[in-house]
Design a protein around this ligand. Sequence first.
Ligand SMILES: CC(C)(COP(=O)(O)OP(=O)(O)OC[C@H]1O[C@@H](n2cnc3c(N)ncnc32)[C@H](O)[C@@H]1OP(=O)(O)O)[C@@H](O)C(=O)NCCC(=O)NCCS
Length: 170
Amino acid sequence: MIQTERLLLRKPRAEDATGLLEAFADPEAMRHIGDGSTTDLAGSKQAIDRWLARWDAWGIGMFVVERTEDARVLGRTGFLRWDPETWEIDGSETEIGWGLAREHWGRGYATEAALALRDWAFDERGLTRLISLIQPRNLPSIRVAEKLGERYEREVEVHGNPTSLYSLER
Ligand SMILES: CC(C)(COP(=O)(O)OP(=O)(O)OC[C@H]1O[C@@H](n2cnc3c(N)ncnc32)[C@H](O)[C@@H]1OP(=O)(O)O)[C@@H](O)C(=O)NCCC(=O)NCCS
């Protein structure tokens, strides 16, 4: 569990499915993620199950972003591992990513969460490199990456989608 000025970053729980669904079911919030498809409550529950399995396998993973003042689930921020040859899940590259429900955008929450997790990954987990995989038109996400200190590195293709790779060395 990680506490920031306004946020609590914690491991996902089954009860987070409804809160996370606000973003997962919103086409606008999913526009630049994968093929842009949305999910229902069952899909949200499956996502949590996948995240927990990855935590068990990797010792690192996705955090739920909860606002401290009212315990509201705003979204998620955290880590995924990728194979840099195939861009399939699991491999040597660690991505830091973020996604919040639309009503919470524009208040610095994603940056606040990601800065804390960047420092945690480097200082507590000993990682030496982080990447972010961002679709080129996703300007708010690129801005968050830049505020973390990530720089544009190169274009890659992730599941058929042209994707910009941003990276940061410790
Ligand atoms: C990306 C996302 C998490 C950002 O969350 P957020 O809490 O609003 O982010 P922050 O407020 O910390 O920072 C957003 C930055 O983008 C900027 N921004 C917002 N809209 C923008 C636009 N249309 N063009 C350029 N910059 C924009 C903001 O001004 C801010 O930068 P600033 O601090 O320099 O002013 C949120 O937009 C989101 O959930 N999007 C949908 C999911 C997604 O695409 N995730 C990323 C997948 S790679």
